[in-house]
Structures are given as C-alpha cells and as structure tokens.
Design a protein around this ligand. Structure first.
Ligand SMILES: [Zn+2]
Length: 277
C-alpha cells in the first residue's frame, strides 16, 4: 500500500493539542473533515480522494436551519423527522440499504452480506461489517467515537460505536476480528479513522474509567482522550500508525456544528461508510 498522501486536507497540529497522540514523533495524522454537501456532512478528505469507491462521512447537527437528528431513542426529535433524515441520507449517498443497530455500548457486531432496501435496524449491536456494495453501515454518536475501518485491497469496511464502556469491553478488537473472519482482512492492511467525538480536553471522567481502560489512575476525576487510547490499542493489534487518522473535530469545543451529549444535546449525528454501488 502506498504511503498516505494528504490531498486537499488541512493538517492540524496546533488546534486540538490533545491530538498529539504519540508525542512529538507521533505518526498518527490529525485531519479536518470537510463539509461535502450539508446533508452528507463531514467527509474524510484524504479517503475521498484516495478511495473514490467509498462513501464515508459524519453528519452535522442541522441542514438549512433544520435539525438533522438521527437518534430514534435519544429523546430529541420526533420519530417522523428522524425517519425523514434517514431517508435523506439514503438518497444523498445513493445507497440501496442502511444497516444500523440499537447501540448498547457492547461488542456485538453484525456482518452484512446483503440488507433489505431502506433502513434496517438490528437489535443490540455496536458495529457493522460488509464487503457488499450499496449497503451503508451506520452508527450514531454525540460524543462517543465513531471508528471507521477500511481494507482497500479486499474492499471490506466496518464502522464501530465506541464509548468508554465499549472500548473497555473490546469493541475495536471485535471489529478487527469480524473483518478478519468475514473478509480475510489483516490488521496491517487496515486503514483506520477515528471520527468526530469529544476531545481529550473536554471529556472529564471518574477515576474508575481510567481503571477499566488500563490507564494510569489519577487521584481525582480527570479528562481522558478516548481517541488516543483507541489509536494505542490499534497500534498494538498491528494497524500501522501511518494508516491511522484522527479527526480534529470535537463535539464540544470546536465550532463543528455537532451534537454533544455532554453539552446537553439529545440529538445524534450518524457516522456512515459504504461501498458505492
Ligand atoms: Zn473538545
């Protein structure tokens, strides 16, 4: 695989200091996703150039002044308006179906050979894998980390929903394993992007969270950087650091027009990835 070439991408090294993931010599690249069209949301500029067969992004909180909320169970918008937003996403991505699930901060992952036309909701799952074109995989978030995985050679993809509970339970390992079992993908062949989520400066948690994530335990509640921990875990599983990118968008502190649970929002953005039909 050729080295990562940054095309039309803003390299961010001084906006979100929490993204200095491996110190001054870190090889993990921060990227600023760019707004494609409002209803497609923020897309990875490098992947967009490099993988034209891929459809990937994270929606923003409003389009034309109207909330663009994808949360069925988060207590925000009406079911009718949420359904309408899912229909809009289906239309603008050109996908034939969407695979989404009731997310429970667990590690269950569904693989999709096919999916019925339209929106498919699966019970209790936090990740999706496919190598079928036209199936759009989707997770909703409002501070948690959306993890995108791509095996470009085998055209296999995954999206995972990762809050601290899911990370502690091993959602990343489960996603990598699902890609291996379903498509024969090896970690060394994977590209990984950690999408828009709450940053390491904004996310204060209790000491028990540090403990379950295997981090040095502070004396008092302190900020934690879930994307940094995920990048370290990915490195340990064999995903090359040069294949990992991290969004510099924070749901809380950057002006990115995203929902933040910590900020009191009940809406949810959706992170999606699919192989173009
Ligand atoms: Zn922040």
């Amino acid at each position: 695989m050729p080295p990562l070439v940054l095309v039309g991408c803003t390299l961010v090294t001084n906006v979100c200091t929490s993204n200095a993931i491996f110190g001054s010599n870190h090889k993990v690249t921060s990227v600023t996703e760019v707004l494609a069209i409002p209803s497609l949301g923020l897309v990875h500029p490098v992947w967009m150039e490099r993988f034209p067969w891929l459809c990937q992004g994270c929606t923003i909180r409003s389009v034309d002044g109207v909330l663009y909320d994808f949360g069925f169970l988060s207590g925000g918008s009406s079911t009718e308006s949420v359904q309408k937003n899912w229909s809009t996403l289906l239309d603008v991505t050109g996908a034939t179906s969407i695979a989404h699930g009731h997310q429970v901060h667990g590690t269950k992952i569904f693989t999709h050979e096919t999916a019925s036309a339209g929106l498919n909701l699966f019970p209790d799952c936090d990740g999706h894998v496919t190598n079928s074109a036209g199936v759009l995989l989707a997770v909703t978030t409002a501070d948690c980390v959306p993890i995108f995985l791509v095996d470009a050679d085998r055209r296999a993809i995954a999206v995972l929903h990762a809050g601290w509970r899911g990370i502690a339970a091993g959602i990343l390992d489960c996603g990598i394993r699902a890609l291996r079992e379903h498509s024969g993908s090896w970690p060394v062949d994977l590209m990984m992007h950690l999408g828009p989520s709450i940053c390491g400066a904004c996310y204060e948690v209790g000491t028990e969270v540090f403990e379950v994530l295997g981090q040095p335990i502070p004396r008092r509640p302190s900020p934690i950087d879930l994307r940094k921990i995920l990048a370290q875990k990915a490195d340990k599983t064999g995903i090359p650091l040069t294949n990992i990118t991290v969004s510099d968008h924070c749901t809380r502190c950057t002006e990115s027009d995203l929902f933040s649970h910590r900020a009191g929002d009940m809406g949810r953005q959706v992170s999606y990835i699919g192989l173009r039909p």
